[in-house]
Design a protein around this ligand. Structure first.
Ligand SMILES: Cc1cc2nc3c(=O)[nH]c(=O)nc-3n(C[C@H](O)[C@H](O)[C@H](O)COP(=O)(O)O)c2cc1C
Length: 215
């Protein structure tokens, strides 16, 4: 068992990189692309993993990890079950916050803004690209609902798998993509003595305002 005393003594100094508002690109998506590219080339596990926070109808926060599948026309795209908790929460309160953590590079990126469903054709195209087991898995899982046991899920998978035989598996209407349009993107770079760099981009129409936040 890890004691609190042990945790209190954990301390890393961050000295790898820095971030300066006078030299960052005017477009945060250029910087995001650079940082994601560096996370990929550094061979970090699941470099496109991100925490998505949503709001429940009762106004409570709700968060989980997802995979970013694309940045398209400035929108952050991810896929899920529309009838899952997050799916319902996003339909009720269409705003989300994303957090990317690339610890090995001492970096965090926070993105927030309105979220909407992707059009059906784009979701269809992505679903068609998924490996067949992932397609069947997405279809048979009533994501976020309580189920009787693992066996139930495996049976449903096997049945759907056999029923499909060699046919093309179509995307079900309850599964698809969401697109988050960033209103704010914050880049956090760990620095020495906890004097980290935080560069915030705020969307003002076609342009981005760049500011520095205290760490
Ligand atoms: C690394 C990682 C990647 C994940 N990617 C996805 C994803 O892309 N889509 C998804 O629906 N769930 C994904 N999950 C599962 C979610 O974290 C979550 O368990 C699920 O979506 C149900 O969330 P909800 O009940 O809040 O709707 C991923 C989990 C992990 C740990």
């Amino acid at each position: 068992m890890m004691t609190n005393k042990d945790l209190r003594s954990f301390r890393e100094e961050y000295t790898m990189h820095s971030l300066d508002e006078s030299s960052v690109p005017p477009d945060p998506l250029v910087l995001f692309d650079r940082w994601l590219g560096e996370a990929i080339s550094s061979k970090l596990p699941e470099p496109n993993a991100m925490t998505l926070a949503t709001v429940t109808p009762e106004g409570k926060p709700s968060a989980r990890v997802l995979l970013l599948k694309e940045v398209d026309q400035g929108r952050f795209i991810f896929y899920t079950n529309y009838e899952s908790d997050k799916g319902k929460e996003l339909l009720h309160q269409p705003h989300g916050a994303l957090v990317f953590l690339w610890l090995e590079l001492q970096r965090q990126v926070r993105v927030s803004g309105p979220v909407s469903r992707l059009d059906a054709a784009t979701s269809d195209a992505y679903f068609a690209l998924r490996p067949r087991p992932s397609q069947v898995g997405a279809i048979v899982s009533p994501q976020s609902r309580i189920i009787g046991g693992r066996e139930e899920l495996e049976k449903a998978f096997e049945k759907r798998w056999n029923d499909a035989a060699d046919q093309v598996i179509k995307r079900p209407a309850y599964w698809g993509g969401f697109a988050l349009v960033p209103g704010r993107i914050e880049f956090w770079q760990g620095r020495e003595s906890r004097l980290h760099d935080r560069i915030l981009y705020t969307n003002i129409g076609k342009e981005w305002q760049i500011s520095r936040l205290a760490p």
